[in-house]
Write a protein that binds this ligand. Structure first.
Ligand code: BGC
Length: 345
């Protein structure tokens, strides 16, 4: 385990990186900036070690980009329509940063903050953040934590939050995977399986259009392993509007369960995602626009990584019929996920 300063932001903040785990299992690097997963080095099914997540070479590039690469997202991951919602009959207006809507917590979300490293050892690191009452317009002071623990070939991620007043919380981890390795080009040849019979159609700005729809008979049907490059090249209007898949999947079942599996046939590497959340935003890196660098210095282009973001459904504060994102004093929000890496035949 090491803790090192990796750089300084233009605003003077130092950024630290904590390294946990070790070869031949997983080695994970987490930045205190945004509690960001910076590197995830694994031994592939072909025996070769590589970093399988996207990142940026310098901390300032995280702040300059809008890709949310590797970040811990809050208070509210995904979108809140028009940045408005009502809670207990009181209207709230939160910061908008995406076509008039609030995305990933507003203009200054949790992924842009310096989290405090509370505790670390060889295999685990816990980070914490206090988000003041009124932060980005959200009510209540929220204390959030995220803990990453490496157990040989698995990373467990636990996110928690408590509040001083009623509010909404929806946290996620915005890691983009490419099991052929960061910098290896697109993840189009990966096979993706998502355990969901329904998904949430959205309008042109990513806001849910109303009810969920069945995946059957559409390119959103990922119940069997599906080649990502084929799904994102379908002419389905929902795929065209989002330039790929950028949709919430209504996950089958409840409690902690395997919700998705990503396979890279060329490196024979598999990633299995476990989560206890009701939804999974599947985002095929549609807006990686070739303007920002990835960790190894190459430019990030469309489809270079796939983000699998367990969370509650988008715009839930405006959909009382969906699982609630409300958090009240005395309650603790929790979200558990894990990434397990294995070799395939
Ligand atoms: C959202 C995308 C957004 C991206 C930003 C994803 O979680 O669903 O619409 O563009 O984050 O990197």
């Amino acid at each position: 385990m090491t803790v090192e300063t990796v750089g300084q932001l233009d605003d003077g903040r130092d950024v630290q990186v904590v390294t946990i785990g070790r070869a031949p299992g997983i080695e994970l690097q987490v930045l205190d900036l945004g509690a960001t997963v910076h590197r995830l080095d694994v031994t592939g099914g072909d025996g070769v070690r590589r970093n399988v997540v996207l990142g940026h070479p310098t901390p300032q590039e995280h702040l300059d980009s809008t890709f949310y690469i590797g970040g811990t997202i809050g208070r509210y991951a995904n979108r809140i329509a028009d940045g408005r919602f009502e809670l207990d009959g009181v209207g709230h207006e939160v910061g908008t940063n995406d076509r008039g809507h609030s995305l990933h917590g507003g203009p200054d979300g949790f992924d842009r903050r310096t989290w405090s490293v509370e505790r670390h050892d060889d295999t685990s690191v816990e980070l914490a953040l206090t988000s003041p009452d009124g932060d980005q317009g959200f009510p209540g002071e929220v204390r959030a934590t995220v803990t990453f623990t490496v157990v040989v070939d698995r990373v467990d991620v636990v996110m928690t939050a408590t509040t001083s007043a009623p509010t909404v919380v929806n946290m996620t981890s915005h890691v983009y995977f490419n099991l052929a390795g960061e910098g290896a080009g697109t993840a189009d040849e990966h096979l993706l399986r998502v355990a969901a019979e329904r998904y949430t159609p959205v309008d042109d700005a990513g806001i849910p259009e109303g009810d969920h729809a069945v995946v059957e008979g559409t390119p959103f049907d990922l119940r069997e392993p599906t080649v990502v490059g084929e799904a994102v090249r379908s002419a389905h209007p929902q795929v065209v509007a989002a330039s790929g898949i950028d949709h919430n999947y209504v996950l089958d079942g409840s409690g902690s369960r395997v919700v998705a599996q990503l396979d890279c046939p060329t490196t024979r590497t598999r990633l299995e995602l476990t989560s206890d959340q009701p939804g999974l935003q599947v985002y095929t890196g549609n807006f990686l626009d070739g303007q920002r660098r990835s960790t190894s210095g190459v430019l990030l282009r469309q489809g270079d990584g796939i983000a699998l973001e367990p969370q509650t459904f988008p715009d839930s504060p405006n959909h009382p019929e969906w699982p609630s994102a409300e958090l009240r004093p005395g309650q603790t929000y929790t979200s558990h996920l894990s990434w397990t890496v294995s070799a395939t035949a």
